[in-house]
Write a protein that binds this ligand. Structure first.
Ligand SMILES: [Cu+2]
Length: 679
């Protein structure tokens, strides 16, 4: 064991010792452990699960807006906030960290956007019709899916999984008044003990939306199609194979906060998997998957007025990968072992066409065909004591980036003459999470360490224009690995009718990657204020705290509320960008005799801690009010659900810290959702 550990170049002796003792600890069964109750054991002890699937009737009732976009579902969660550049393809953030610091997977599959300007977070390539739930792990609790600092989101596909339901199906439609959004969707499923097939399709089209006070937000339209099919077949009682395919295409997507739009964003996401109930003697639930996905992203400035120089900016991202995992379930503890790997190709280019057609056009590789290889080992042990549990986990990964394009490599060598074609790193993650229960009190505490490699843009981006701080960005191939020490603590008092909890987490992030102005460089983008180069700060500090509560007033009425405080500073005490001000939400939900209703308030205080050098301005305090009403009807064997609602009832004109360039959010919006399901 010791020899195995010492292969890896750990930072300092302390870390090595810590890793060693925790890794060994994972294999020691505590003799004082009690029999573990089977149902209390959640192998992946996630912080939050958002139920998305509308196919289960109960979910449909409890969701305030069943056919809303995946972005809206994620935004409704406790732990996620969405950065908005328009009405489509919002970027999830967790613990005030965005894409580069999160791992977002679809059914365990790695997938990477093809846009150099973050117009296509992974979450934009699936739809609610494909998914059953979003599994959210804060900080290193998300490391089961990959290397991360801020956390992980796994979007689980909706499958019938050999349940004997026979044929089922549904059709659904929604309309929203503010941007005349039309949604049409449907699914047809068949499942028995030996075979299942799930198919679904959804179409969304929206015009420009209007902010509060009937102010039209130009270039906020979008159109999207999504089809998916997944199927499984039992080879034997304990063996099955499955396959899944998602096709997602968005066209004519406006980004009001950016200087360009998107004419096409296309993804094909495919996988085959094999499952066997047992493996060797002690292993169970052996699951292996092979996957491939390809993304094409085409930006478009032809519809914008006064474009000083027309640009073509297509991007491609292709990923192939696998994982194989198995569990060992002993009476007192539970192990998960996983091996995973992926290979990604990211390529993006920019051609500028001067207005005077006698001048030559200019060509640049903005992502110089960067090939990323990542091979990881993940192990987790969940120990159950009498009133407590301990989850230990670790990930070790080999990570390498190679610039495959000679022209792109030579362009970067202008800034980094010494740079090598390939950069290799070892990434480590280790975490201990403890839970204890005294009567109605729950205590959770954890301590973790994690690392991540720079993203393709941070490492190899070439003059990527950021419209938020109005700077061109250049990547830095020799950036140090970013690492984070994280601690979390929460205390909950949980009675069946009443619950109150307080939680906090703190991240000390070393070698924090962020862009810094280099005054010696001149800009490429006309009108940009300067050029920034990605640098490692010595460290940055992030603190997130939340107070939340629930009160079941009667069987039918439930009151919930949450208020959170966040702070993020760099090593000079300067504010980090995109850190939430004090924010709060509260709701009263009603559910009885197939009727449901809700009234909710969402708001934030003034953004006191902002940073103008990252393009931020102080956003004002705001609050919005929303309501929904639903009814379920039984029509012989079938179900009809109707849900209607009003969002931003008071038509408030507002913007929040997550709104790119302060584009105002949607004003008053009425929606109606109808869903008919055949059982
Ligand atoms: Cu783009």
């Amino acid at each position: 064991m010791k020899a195995f550990i010492s292969v890896f170049p750990f930072k300092g002796r302390l870390m090595g010792n810590l890793l060693y003792s925790v890794f060994c600890g994972m294999f020691i069964t505590p003799t004082f452990a009690q029999e573990m109750p089977a149902d209390s054991l959640k192998l992946i002890n996630l912080n939050e699960v958002i139920v998305i699937s509308a196919s289960k009737q109960l979910n449909h009732q409890k969701q305030r807006k069943p056919l809303s976009s995946l972005d809206e579902f994620l935004e409704s969660s406790r732990s996620i906030k969405m950065v908005k550049r328009g009405a489509y393809a919002w970027e999830p953030t967790m613990n005030n960290m965005a894409s580069e610091r999160l791992v977002v997977t679809i059914d365990g599959m790695q997938i990477f956007g093809a846009c150099t300007d973050k117009m296509d977070p992974i979450t934009s390539y699936v739809d609610v019709s494909n998914l059953s739930e979003a599994q959210i792990g804060s900080g290193q609790q998300g490391a089961a899916y990959g290397n991360t600092i801020g956390g992980g989101i796994n979007l689980k596909l909706d499958k019938n999984n050999f349940r004997s339901t026979g044929w089922t199906g549904s059709i659904e439609s929604a309309f929203e008044t503010n941007n005349a959004m039309r949604v049409f969707g449907g699914e047809v499923n068949y499942s028995d003990e030996k075979f299942y097939i799930n198919t679904d399709a959804i179409y969304r089209k929206a015009d420009n939306y209007k902010a509060g006070g009937n102010e039209e937000v130009a270039f906020s339209q979008f159109e999207k199609y999504n089809f998916s099919i997944n199927s499984g077949f039992k080879l034997a009682e304990d063996k099955s194979v499955a396959a899944s395919l998602i096709y997602d295409e968005a066209r004519d997507v406006g980004y009001p906060a950016l200087p360009m739009d998107v004419s096409l964003a296309l993804a094909v996401i495919a996988s085959v998997s094999f499952k066997q109930d047992t493996l060797f003697r002690n292993f169970s639930n052996w699951e292996s998957k092979l996957y491939y996905n390809t993304i094409k992203h085409t930006m478009d400035d032809t519809k914008r007025p006064n474009v000083p120089i027309h640009m073509d900016m297509p991007g491609w991202s292709e990923t192939a990968g696998f994982y194989s995992q198995a569990e060992i379930k002993l009476t007192k503890n539970h192990f998960l072992f996983k091996m995973d790997g992926y290979y990604n190709k990211s390529y993006a280019e920019m051609t500028m066409y001067p207005a005077n057609s006698d001048e030559p056009s200019m060509f640049m590789l903005t992502w110089p065909d960067v090939r990323t290889k990542n091979l990881g080992l993940y192990a987790q042990n969940y120990l159950h004591f009498k009133k407590a549990s301990l989850k230990l986990s670790m990930r070790l990964a080999y990570h390498s980036n190679t610039v495959a394009d000679e022209f792109g490599l030579n362009s970067l060598k202008i800034f980094y003459p010494e740079m090598e074609k390939t950069k290799t790193r070892f990434l480590k993650s280790i975490s201990a999470q403890y839970h204890n229960m005294w009567n109605d009190f729950h205590l959770n505490g954890g301590l973790s360490y994690g690392e991540r490699a720079p993203s393709v843009s941070e490492g190899y981006g070439f003059y990527l224009f950021n419209s938020f701080d109005n700077h061109d960005y250049i990547g830095a191939p020799n950036l140090n690995t970013e690492s984070s020490v994280e601690t979390n603590l929460s205390l909950t008092y949980d009675k069946s009718i009443f619950e109150v909890g307080i939680s906090a987490n703190y991240f000390q992030i070393f070698n924090y990657i962020i862009g810094e102005i280099d005054p010696s460089l001149s800009t490429m983008t006309i009108g940009a204020d300067g050029v920034k180069i990605y640098k490692n700060l010595d460290y940055a500090q992030l603190l997130n705290t939340t107070l939340s509560g629930r009160y079941n007033i009667t069987n039918a009425f439930k009151l919930t509320g949450q208020i959170s405080f966040h702070r993020g500073v760099d090593n000079n005490g300067e504010n980090l960008p995109l850190i939430s001000p004090v924010s709060y939400n509260s709701a009263i939900d009603f559910y009885r005799n197939q009727y449901s209703a809700s009234l909710s308030i969402n708001g934030a205080a003034e953004q006191v801690n902002y940073n103008a050098s990252y393009g931020e301005t102080k956003t004002a305090a705001y609050a919005t009010l929303s309501a929904s009403f639903g009814k379920r009807f039984f029509l012989q064997d079938n179900d009809l659900f109707v849900k209607a609602g009003i969002e931003n009832i008071l038509d408030t004109n507002y913007t929040s810290y997550t709104d790119w360039n302060n584009i105002p959010r949607m004003g008053r919006n009425y929606y109606l959702t109808i869903s008919y399901s055949i059982n």
